[in-house]
Design a protein around this ligand. Structure first.
Ligand code: PLP
Length: 390
């Protein structure tokens, strides 16, 4: 049996068309885009055409799109770059308790340098309340950063409302859209977004290539200094094969996104309802409806996430416990903790993330494989036996 890969929030398998576009670029469009001869000009042409595609995809203009090395780099550039360029205006940043480490870590770094950060709370389904943002804004606020959708629990935040509050107060609004770019429609004008981060490997593109949208006029200090690439906003010889792959991934997303969102939502809801019905003491983490079409995060009492993960892996099914970034450590997920989950329930959580190649048969296979695994693990659990006797 082929492996069932349900860890697409960690990374996706590159689409065949993406691989083709990258190979063709490596073979033929190898010039340095800064070179003035025709080999260089050809590479420059590829990059600028990709930039136009990216811009059109989110209703931006091409010079507002900066290619970076990853989602992490885009987030770091925004957070440190805005802090550095606006430090004379204020030292206060607002974010949330459930951001990815690629936002929390640069914020902690800034706190060590004397900046103040307010982490907005969320409800027990992971939603941030726009009224809390209004209350947190002060004269010193220079940036608000709230993710579009959470990578662990899939909850989609009210970006347009949050952005409107910032726009009214003249404060820059950033969203980490790494999990939504290429999966949900994004219109930076309509959604009041000033800065946005995305990463190709989450939408069937290659790793090591990211995007930063920065609205015209937004002042941002670069993270990397060197050559004049990306209009001095990101020095480094451009990753042309990565950009070619990213552009192809966006082209595919533009045609498939809407259909796939509906299809994956149906598969998602089938998996959720079957597991809730078949597994006693199970719960869904995150919002039931305002959630990524491909995300299922559930907790199963009295079992360890790692034990379920390894048993599923032995049977050819790849999933993750919480977030892939935290799952290698045994730290409980900060996102599940922010939902108010106990440590036990947090440790008993699994994340399934679907892709455009996930089928109905695979979902049924997961249901019929996981249910007996949980029953077996519970049969071995003294805690479970003790409560069952009660
Ligand atoms: N932000 C979110 C929400 C993510 O899910 C990830 C990756 O897991 C990142 C940022 C980091 O992106 P990259 O892997 O491109 O550095």
């Amino acid at each position: 049996m082929d492996r069932i890969y349900l860890d697409n929030a960690a990374t996706t398998q590159p689409a065949p068309e993406v691989i083709e576009a990258m190979l063709s670029c490596l073979r033929k469009t190898y010039g340095n885009p800064s070179s003035l001869h025709s080999v260089g000009l050809e590479a420059r042409g590829l990059i600028e055409s990709a930039r136009r595609k990216m811009a059109a995809f989110i209703n931006a203009s091409p010079d507002e799109v900066i290619f970076t090395g990853s989602g992490t780099e885009s987030n770091n550039t925004v957070i440190k770059g805005i802090a550095l360029s606006l430090q004379d205006k204020g030292n206060h940043i607002i974010s949330t308790a459930i951001e990815h480490h690629a936002v929390h870590a640069p914020l902690s770094f800034l706190e060590e340098q004397g900046f103040k950060v307010t982490y907005l709370p969320n409800d027990d389904e992971g939603l941030v309340d726009p009224d809390d943002l209004k209350k947190a804004i002060s004269e010193k606020t220079i940036l608000v950063s709230v993710m579009h959708a959470n990578n662990e629990i899939g909850t989609i935040e009210p970006i347009r409302e949050l952005g409107a509050i910032c726009r009214e107060r003249g404060i820059y609004f950033h969203t980490d859209a790494v999990q939504t770019f290429g999966h949900l429609p994004i219109d930076v004008q309509e959604m009041n977004i000033d800065l946005l981060s995305a990463s190709a490997h989450k939408l069937y593109g290659p790793k090591g290539i990211g995007l930063l949208y920065a609205r015209k006029g937004v002042k941002i200090k670069p993270l990397l200094h060197g050559g004049d690439q990306e209009k001095r906003r990101r020095a480094s010889t451009e990753n042309t094969p990565g950009i070619a792959g990213f552009a192809k991934a966006v082209e595919l997303a533009a045609t498939e996104m809407e259909r796939e969102a509906l299809r994956q939502t149906r598969l998602r809801d089938r998996l959720i309802s079957a597991l809730l019905e078949l597994v006693p003491e199970s719960r869904l983490n995150g919002h039931p409806k305002l959630r990524l079409p491909n995300n299922i995060n559930m907790s199963f009492a009295y079992v360890e996430g790692e034990a379920m993960l390894l048993n599923l892996d032995m049977q050819g099914i790849s999933v993750s416990t919480g977030s892939a970034c935290t799952s290698a450590s045994l730290e409980p997920s900060h996102v599940l903790a922010a939902l108010g989950l106990t440590q036990e329930l947090s440790h008993g959580s699994l994340r399934f993330s679907l892709s455009r190649s996930t089928t109905e048969e695979e979902i049924e296979q997961v249901i019929s494989t996981l249910t007996p695994i949980i029953a077996q693990l519970r049969a071995m659990s003294p805690l479970y036996r003790k409560q069952a006797v009660k």
